[in-house]
Design a protein around this ligand. Structure first.
Ligand code: SF4
Length: 391
């Protein structure tokens, strides 16, 4: 049964310099029709592919914290009536530090949300400015305190490394400062220059100065050492958590479970299809309100493609790994046989370890994970992509 739901809320106060997410910046005029479209799409998806009860709901963006508590409450009531919820669902809201206060977070909590994910990005004001963020590092400290006061016992902070003006020393300082705040979960991402962003333009004009690959790799090593010493579990390539605070929703992605996905630009995995919605807000609203859905792509995955994904995603889980016995039973494929001599070499070199039925990527191999994943992929999966009409 499908028990996970992703909901995309595209509205943002302003566009950050590195951002390539599907966003709708500035006005909130479309928020109400957008929420109506989400409710309609929920009904359509549930009708097409029955599932539930939901054990996780993740509001990502964009900036979901631009929703009022009443709007959040209404949406959650709709999802509960469409799918029903398990007794203790994990309900996460991504929040921009400049869009929340104590009253709002308290009322989010009353609406049923129980996990917050703040885009802190850095603990250095100069770096935040270079990213085009609207908050300073003091604000990160304040919102964590406010969130605790409001009753949230599970808080994530996102941080970025490899960003303009950053040095190894400033990165380490940011890590020390966040660890003092004791968030329950940390997601750390290297900067990636995505097309059509402010940074991409600056890069083309030679006006973007960022740390080189060796420095970025050292920053990753710094994070591994410092966070492990602080008691965090490095459970996924880019994610660390205190015991008991692993993100259940994201675990479902890495375990290759199915999930519903609602909203503009949202992805869903309704086996055997990976589905993607249109990427502009107004057409999403109009099409969904009139037809129930606004998809632009549906990709059929055959059994071999599903196996490739399961192996690749499972290897991201550094403590859990990929279960080779499950794969053998389900797909009739022995991953180690498939990896051949190269697999043996990776095991001998300590880049991979085998623990019973589980195959795990070692922390030191994360910087070369992309090459390692290739070793386990079949070269002949059949993927059929159907680009749907967006008229
Ligand atoms: S707040 Fe997040 S989604 Fe919005 S523009 Fe900034 S990075 Fe992009």
């Amino acid at each position: 049964m499908i028990e996970h739901l992703y909901v995309h809320i595209p509205f943002c106060p302003r566009k950050c310099s590195y951002c390539a997410f599907v966003t709708h910046v500035g006005s909130l005029k479309l928020m109400e029709p957008y929420l109506r479209a989400l409710a309609r799409e929920a009904e359509s998806q549930a009708e097409e592919m029955p599932g539930g009860p939901l054990s996780t709901i993740y509001f990502g963006g964009g900036t979901p914290s631009m929703m009022s508590p009443e709007q959040l409450s209404r949406l959650l009531a709709t999802f509960e009536s469409v799918w029903s919820l398990t007794p203790k669902p994990e309900i996460t809201i991504e929040a921009h530090p400049s869009t929340v206060d104590a009253d709002k977070l308290g009322r989010y909590m009353q609406s049923g949300a129980n996990r917050l994910s703040f885009g802190a990005e850095s603990m250095q004001s100069g770096e935040l400015k270079s990213l085009g963020r609207q908050h300073g590092e003091d604000r990160v400290r304040e919102v964590v305190e406010i969130a605790r006061w409001a009753g949230f016992s599970s808080i994530n902070l996102d941080l970025m490394y490899g960003i303009p003006t950053q040095t190894r020393a400033s990165w380490r300082d940011s890590l020390h400062r966040v660890v003092k705040l004791r968030p329950d979960h940390l997601s750390l991402y290297p900067l990636s220059i995505e097309p059509k962003t402010i940074f991409a333009r600056a890069w083309r004009q030679n006006a973007l100065h960022i740390p080189d690959d060796d420095q970025v790799s050292s920053m990753y090593d710094d994070a591994c050492a410092l966070l492990t010493a602080a008691g965090y579990i490095h459970y996924e390539v880019a994610n660390w958590a205190l015991p008991g605070h692993l993100c259940r929703h994201n675990l479902a992605y890495w375990r290759n479970r199915e999930y519903y996905g609602l909203g503009v630009g949202a992805h869903a995995y309704l086996r055997p299809y990976r589905i993607r919605n249109v990427e502009h807000t107004r057409p999403y609203i109009d099409r969904t309100l009139s037809r129930g859905m606004a998809r632009c792509e549906s990709v059929y995955l055959d059994a071999d493609s599903q196996l490739n994904e399961t192996a690749m995603l499972g290897l991201r889980l550094l403590q859990e790994g990929v279960n080779i016995r499950d794969i053998r039973e389900k797909h009739g494929v022995d991953l180690l046989v498939r990896a051949g001599q190269e697999g043996r070499r990776l095991l001998d070199a300590g880049m991979l370890t085998q623990r019973g039925d589980r195959l795990l990527l070692s922390e030191s191999a994360v910087p070369v994970a992309n090459e390692i994943w290739q070793t386990f992929l079949s070269t002949s999966p059949k993927v059929m992509s159907n680009t749907l009409s967006t008229n």
